[in-house]
Design a protein around this ligand. Sequence first.
Ligand code: PHB
Length: 366
Amino acid sequence: MQPLFQPLPLGPLTLPNRVLMAPLTRARSVQPGDVPQAMNATHYAQRASAGLIISEATQISGQGKGYAMTPGIHSAEQVTGWRLVTDAVHAAGGRIFCQLWHVGRISHVDLQPGGAAPVAPSAIRSSTQTYTSAESGLVDVSMPRALETDEISGIVEQYRAAAINAKDAGFDGVEIHGANGYLLDQFTRTGTNLRTDRYGGSLENRLRLPVEVAQAVAGVWGADRVGYRIAPTGTFNDMSDENPTETFTALAARLGAMGLVYLHVAEAFAGSVRDEAVMGAIRGAFPGVYIANGGYTGESANERIESGRADAVAFGELFIANPDLPERLRLGAPLNEPDRETFYGGDERGYNDYPFLEGSRAAVGS
Ligand code: PHB
């Protein structure tokens, strides 16, 4: 049997395969309110044959929002909207975790409650861009303000509240988004954390907020239903670190000691190249399930698992275009090509209309 199709124990769950759906921002929530809707439920349910679905990045608070039309999990309407999604995925036989997201400095005053400045470990502006509405086009992110030390417990509380809401919404677990230059990554890495209080400076201090968040979320869910995503060598959103091996092996060891069920590693994303030495060190430092992500094919994913360098592989773009990706990989069938024009925003086009293989089960919801 191909390694991708050996079942994988994940805490109390058993994943039927190791072809996971990566978190994918698609910016298709109902406005105003950033509320998931039936169209989203159809999308995820179509992909329920994944070993595990990880939801698109989901705002834990109004302050945690950085892009127009991304969904949240901080209002009653959003929880009800996500319930449509989790019910549809479960009815189709799948499992889904919610990715908990605070963007930190990657935001704009027009997206922030009260028009406030986005918050960050340090007042360093990223040179990246976002969109503030469907019509805005790309705009520079705003200058952030550094969080006061006594505000940081409030950030932990935002994660805790979102974790509780994710439970109410019927998810099977949560993934903490610690990757790609968003808030927790900004605290973790040296290039964005110039703090001199107990949340910055030493490695120990830079890891304090990520560890406090993981503890709070595990307190809600149990550590065996909590994963954590990192991008150790990613440069997306202007990120850098003086010593990624030291930083991320330390974080992996801390999360592992807490019993977190998986570490999800964006090994290559948005132009960064997989660094085998760094990834190997992190794999060695984390005792739980290691999920690899970033440009894998079925063949390279099988090889990665076979060689012991990963336990499962998450696929992003391939899952956008192929709702039945596990079946296609199992058969070695041809793959649909993703259409980049419809990645962000819009309707069911480029979202719920990618074809299933001839003769496989009918598309859900159509
Ligand atoms: C994006 O919306 O471009 C985005 C969101 C979350 C990520 C990466 C990219 O982790």
